[in-house]
Ligand binder design. Structure first.
Ligand SMILES: [Mg+2]
Length: 134
């Protein structure tokens, strides 16, 4: 299956079929609380691939010059997505509709919101530099 060949519904069903085959949960549905927590653990595993990585390493990954790390990131990303698909299935979340709603909400935010965020980030970075020089 490739992105341009599969729908989100097909992916939800594929993950549910895996859960059924493995005997996980009830009728292929696991406790949504456990799934959400597992999703966070998998997100941490994804982030582990970036831990202590210098900017050059990130740049290499971004430019396709670190295929081994890219493969590990892709694998952990798949773990995160599979739990996300399980959560969406169990709680009857229409992923496309929710993403569309969120995009509309972000578009509706004022420029002031992003300006405040930028100012907070600058203040944080200044504090970090100040602490580092003490
Ligand atoms: Mg994993």
């Amino acid at each position: 299956m490739r992105d341009d060949e599969a729908t989100l519904s097909q992916l939800k069903e594929a993950v549910r079929a895996l859960c059924l085959d493995k005997g996980w949960g009830e009728d292929g549905e696991q406790n949504p609380q456990h799934v959400a927590m597992a999703m966070t653990v998998e997100m941490s595993e994804l982030l582990e691939n970036f831990q202590w990585l210098e900017p050059e390493g990130v740049r290499a990954l971004w430019e396709g010059k670190d295929p081994a790390r890219r493969e590990r990131v892709a694998g952990e990303f798949a773990d995160v997505m599979m739990y996300g698909l399980q959560l969406a299935y169990s709680l009857d979340i229409d992923i496309a509709a929710e993403v569309e709603k969120k995009i509309a909400a972000v578009r509706g935010r004022s420029d002031t919101y992003y300006e405040d965020k930028r100012r907070m980030r600058e203040r944080f970075e200044l504090d970090q530099r100040r602490k580092a020089s003490e």
